[in-house]
Design a protein around this ligand. Sequence first.
Ligand SMILES: [Zn+2]
Length: 444
Amino acid sequence: MKKFLFLLTLTTCSILAAQTDSRIYDIINNVSAERIKTDVTKLVGFGTRHTLSDTVSKTRGIGAARRWIKSEFETISSDCDNCLEVFYQKNLVKKGENSRITKDVWVNNVVAIQKGTKYPNRYIIMSGDIDSRVSDANNFESDSPGANDNASGMAGTIEASRVLSKYKFENSIIYVGLSGEEQGLFGGKGLAAYAKEKGWEIIGIFNNDMIGNIKGVDGIISNTDFRIFSEPTPPTETEQQRTLRRFYGGEVDGISRQLARYVHANVKTYMPEMNPMLIYRLDRFGRGGHHRPFNDAGFAGIRIMEAHENYTQQHQDIRTENGIEYGDVLKHVNFEYAAKLTAVNAINLASIAWAPPAPKKVAIGGIVEASAKLEWNKIDGAKGYKIYWRDTTSPTWDHSRYVENTTSFTLEGVVIDNFFFGVAAVGENGNESVVVFPNEIIKN
Ligand SMILES: [Zn+2]
């Protein structure tokens, strides 16, 4: 009896070991709140980073800020045997494009690419924003520290590149500072178009916009809550896809939503102290962010951000009114929290970049049968596959079945009508691709 128990324990341990990758814990530990603080302080020090601000000064304005970000990525690259390809991706936006573009302006994104060893053309992206603003969106001269919005996301992106550049990945990772966010999401639009033009296969983008405030206007203070925004289905889908969805389901299972679930599940596994909140919407009510232009281009993209915002510290002239201090200044940023959300990004970049590609085809069958059947295309480099399913009302993939050496499987006794299903590819170290919702029907 004793021997039996011992064996059982061993078996359990080996299963757990196969599901987690210890390098992920090292990545969490290596993210530095101190370095993020140094970088946010540096970015705030440029006075304003407004998209239309000075580009010539060495000390003030968006030109000085982007040159510093580029040089920072270059320094990081020189520490990893030039593992980062660093460049500006520029987009000319003409005066009058909208009411916030009051003169012609070059919107410069700072891009750093860590090329994948096996799938160099497959990219997972982390972004922050370079630009900032005050009360008047067109005021490019006043001090606009943008400490939380969005030096926090920018500093987090730089820090993630510092940590992850010490590793090699099969897929490529892009760390990017986007500009023109406050003027109309121009940097994201430019980079998404550039990606299409280059034929990049974009796995998805993690848009980090405000990852440093823990004290909300709602009175809640939390250094563990954070939000993952994702739209339900792609805006690029066809009328036919929309029609089919009526009969086969998928209203809450678009590519961005799967990416959001991926981040949620990975955080639950590796950072159980955190409270990730899946928010079933593109972004905050009526407000925008830089993942949207990627969604518009047909790419998966989510927004990762604090859960409790403080509006007196966003887009505000620095002032005191009725005893309230307005302005997005350094002292309101919680760097430990920004480091946690940076770790959230870093572990998900790493897991995805270490994982095999997701199956392109996932077919499902089992109409008027007792069992659901899944079929998918073989993925080179996949050790196995995980079939996921969940109650139709559940936001998360709660059930799974791991299989090896096959590209089809029948879930005996699981009735197709009562659940939603998906399939992910699993790599050698247990890192998984994003789950793919069925996109074909198996004909009987
Ligand atoms: Zn903003």
